[in-house]
Design a protein around this ligand. Structure first.
Ligand SMILES: *Cc1c(COP(=O)(O)O)cnc(C)c1O
Length: 433
């Protein structure tokens, strides 16, 4: 139907990039391996739209994988970053802007008292795990199948076979002894949790979970499961880490902890916290954070941590997120957008459901409610591949994998979402016909 759009510049740049970077990319999922064609080389973004090197324009639902909740090239962020960078980029000293962002975040989050800025989500998680081990004097970690926590060695693991839940690494280069420090459990399964804690709690430092698992589809958990997790961690003397690298500042300023009103022991942040710059953070009570050097014995440091330019971006973003009704409006427009696509699918008998929460959504090619990673059918990814291809043709950009969620930003207007939903419906008609 649609004429093939010209992607020759992106294709040529990708061929060149293969000379410099493994697989032509600096982060694997960017390579479009699970969809068709070369990845787009984007040269510019404004509001909810991105423009590639061939001058094609797309409405963007990837939003740099989540950070850009205010859309591209946000005026206030750009202006404050520009003003700040004029004074230099990094001093390796404390700065006033670090205080200001720390204060703004802590004063508006009931679940944390102190925090430490780092430069990525992975770094935040790695440090939080070390902190949990330092505080408890225990070594093992429980994670859940289908949750992603960055490329931390001991967390790139899946469940082993049989009854043993000790992890098996999912990447070369991870010593089996590291993977064996991690136990992997299925999501939403209180019985497996109780059995594992009853047996191993003496060795377990912490349980880490994405309270809103959004890296393997959107596996929305029952609130009762998260509450059960909280209570069992108290019962067994295990620290609970909420990895809020996606959900933090996305579902509300207080993230999933605020949404579900559950107090974790340690929280990790990334993505939105930096307003589009590389920032991560971990946070907890003052008592737990007192274990971090130089106050305590858990060492963690960072050359570019809390550099003023990144702090300026985070500050300018946070100010906007704290505007009244910001999150209500985001959730409302996302629900309307998703609802309209869902209604079209239902009316036509398409096997599609679109779980969503706040401004996160996921297009699942199944009618069943999916709560755990093993409920996603690999075959459904063929449908996603067609959908992704059709949407590129019509000017809609989704992350290039059916396991990735989509993000709506404050820059997506009702009219943009109307345009996008019409195009998505047309693309789904092609997928199913
Ligand atoms: C993205 C992500 C990470 C890793 O963050 P990076 O900044 O990519 O290192 C960790 N945890 C979760 C839940 C994430 O979504």
């Amino acid at each position: 139907m649609t004429n093939s759009i010209n992607r020759s510049q992106s294709a040529a740049l990708f061929e060149e990039a293969k000379n410099y970077f493994p697989g032509g990319v600096n982060s694997p999922v960017r390579a479009f391996k699970s969809v068709s064609g070369p990845p787009l080389f984007i040269k510019k973004g404004d509001g909810c739209r991105i423009i590639d090197e061939d001058d094609n324009i797309y409405i963007d639902f990837c939003c740099s994988w989540g950070p850009l909740i205010l859309g591209h090239n946000n005026d206030a962020i750009r202006e404050f970053v520009t003003e700040t960078v004029a004074n230099g980029t990094s001093f390796g000293t404390p700065s006033r802007l670090g205080n200001e962002l720390g204060k703004l975040i802590i004063e508006n989050n009931r679940f944390i008292e102190k925090m430490r800025f780092v430069s990525s989500g992975t770094e935040a998680v790695m440090s939080a795990i070390r902190l949990a081990r330092g505080v408890t004097g225990k070594n093992k970690v429980i994670k859940f199948e289908g949750c992603y926590h960055g490329h931390v060695d001991s967390l790139l693991v899946k469940a082993g076979s049989g009854l043993a839940t000790f992890g098996v690494s999912t990447s070369a280069g991870i010593p089996p002894s590291f993977a064996a420090e991690t136990l992997v459990l299925p999501l939403n399964d209180p019985d497996a949790l109780e059995a594992t804690l009853a047996q191993h709690a003496d060795d377990i430092a912490c349980i880490i979970i994405e309270p809103i698992p959004a890296n393997n589809g959107l596996l929305l958990q029952e609130k009762s499961f998260l509450e059960c997790l909280r209570l069992k961690c108290y019962k067994y003397g295990v620290l609970l880490i909420f990895d809020e690298v996606i959900s933090g500042f996305r579902i509300g300023f207080e993230g999933a902890a605020g949404y579900y009103n559950i107090q974790p022991d340690i929280m990790t942040y990334g993505k939105i916290i930096g307003g589009g710059m590389p920032v991560g953070a971990y946070a907890a009570s003052a008592e737990i954070m007192a274990h971090i050097a130089p106050e305590g014995a858990v060492y963690q440091a960072g050359t570019l941590s809390a550099n003023p330019v990144a702090m300026a971006a985070g500050y300018a973003a946070s100010k906007q997120l704290l505007a009244p009704d910001f999150y209500e409006n985001m959730a409302k427009k996302t629900a309307k957008f998703v609802g309209s696509i869902q209604a079209h699918c239902d009316a036509n008998g398409y096997e599609v459901s679109i779980p969503h929460i706040g401004s996160i959504f996921w297009i699942a090619f199944s009618k069943k409610r999916i709560l755990a990673a093993d409920q996603i059918e690999a075959a459904s990814m063929e449908k996603f591949k067609i959908l992704h291809h059709e949407l590129l043709q019509s000017g809609i950009y989704l992350g290039p994998s059916g396991y990735e969620v989509g993000f709506v930003s404050a820059a997506h207007t009702e009219a943009d979402l109307e345009e996008a939903s019409t195009k998505i419906k047309t693309a789904l008609d092609i997928v199913f016909n």
